[in-house]
Design a protein around this ligand. Structure first.
Ligand code: NAG
Ligand code: NAG
Length: 280
């Protein structure tokens, strides 16, 4: 290819001049090719470096934000000791004190009203419409639901032990137990607990926890507060009544009040035919 162009250099002067011009053109073209190749290699290197930086930044973020939830955004940033004896159980504590402590656990924030946009963004499926805002649906926050289940199971056990007349829906209790079983497996808590004394396993041990108060703050945020209040130990029949508790500053209070002004209130726990409910 280029050998054809080099050969005339040894020919007469005029042809040689023309050939020199040709040669210069070829060299310039070759130089242009090299410049293009350099530009491509340089661009590729810049792109690869940028991609590496982005992936590095991404991985370092996930390592510091380990366990950050995509819903409330809380992380394992609270170091909290585990205790064998608490107000909720202690061999020498009176039933009144421990019952009161358990009853005082607020599970009302279990229901939150989430905006359609947010639900879509975090990949939540459809749910029951929030009665006071057509762009929101009701979701039940698992942590609060689990606490509700624990309160209910404990109440059933204590009531049976005390021969109380209160009855419980056995299916509800068993549903709660199976839910808790799955949550324990999902959490797969690997904390090795020192066993120094019988029944004192892990006492005082620090654990890395999520902050419950932050979860509560998220669930009760003004716009997400579902105006929900209920009795953990009873089965509601008129469930709309459970959402009749908008706080004073709730943006949904006027709509809620207008609804009940027109329709009136019902007994949330109105007795009904229990159907095939299994009573415990
Ligand atoms: C419970 O009370 C008994 C008798 O006063 C006492 O010996 C025991 O240490 C107490 N148990 C706890 C866990 O405090
Ligand atoms: C409950 O009833 C059983 C059998 O009737 C009785 O043995 C037990 O002492 C009672 N328990 C309480 C806490 O009253």
């Amino acid at each position: 290819m280029a050998s054809d162009r080099y050969r005339p250099l040894s020919g007469d002067e005029i042809d040689g001049k023309q050939d020199l011009v040709d040669l210069a053109l070829v060299e310039r073209r070759n130089y242009l090719h090299i410049r293009i190749i350099y530009a491509i290699v340089f661009s590729l290197s810049v792109i690869i470096n940028v991609l590496l930086l982005i992936s590095y930044a991404g991985s370092s973020q996930t390592s510091t934000d380990r366990g950050r939830t995509k819903y409330s955004g809380i992380t394992f940033d609270a170091e909290i000791p585990y205790h064998v004896y608490t107000t909720y159980w202690h061999p020498n504590i009176s039933d009144e004190v421990s019952n009161e402590a358990w009853d005082a656990i607020d599970t009302n924030p279990m229901a939150v009203s989430l905006h359609d946009e947010f639900a879509k963004e975090v990949g939540l499926g459809p749910s029951t419409r929030f009665p006071w805002d057509t762009e929101r649906s009701i979701y039940y926050v698992k942590g609060f639901h689990d606490l509700h289940c624990l309160k209910l199971i404990r109440k059933a056990i204590v009531s049976k032990h005390n021969n109380d007349s209160q009855t419980f829906n056995l299916h509800h209790l068993l549903h709660c137990l199976d839910g808790l079983r799955q949550d324990v497996l999902c959490t797969a808590d690997d904390t090795p607990m020192p066993a120094l004394t019988a029944h004192h396993v892990g006492d005082g041990q620090l654990r890395q926890c999520r902050n419950w108060n932050k979860l509560r703050a998220w669930a009760t945020r003004k716009d997400q507060h579902a105006c929900h209040a209920f009795n953990d130990y009873r089965e509601a029949t008129n469930t709309l009544e459970l959402f009749a508790h908008c706080p004073e500053d709730s943006p949904y209070r006027p709509v809620m009040e207008a609804y009940f002004e027109y329709h009136g209130h019902k007994d949330p726990y109105e007795p009904r035919d229990s159907g095939n409910k299994v009573i415990f």
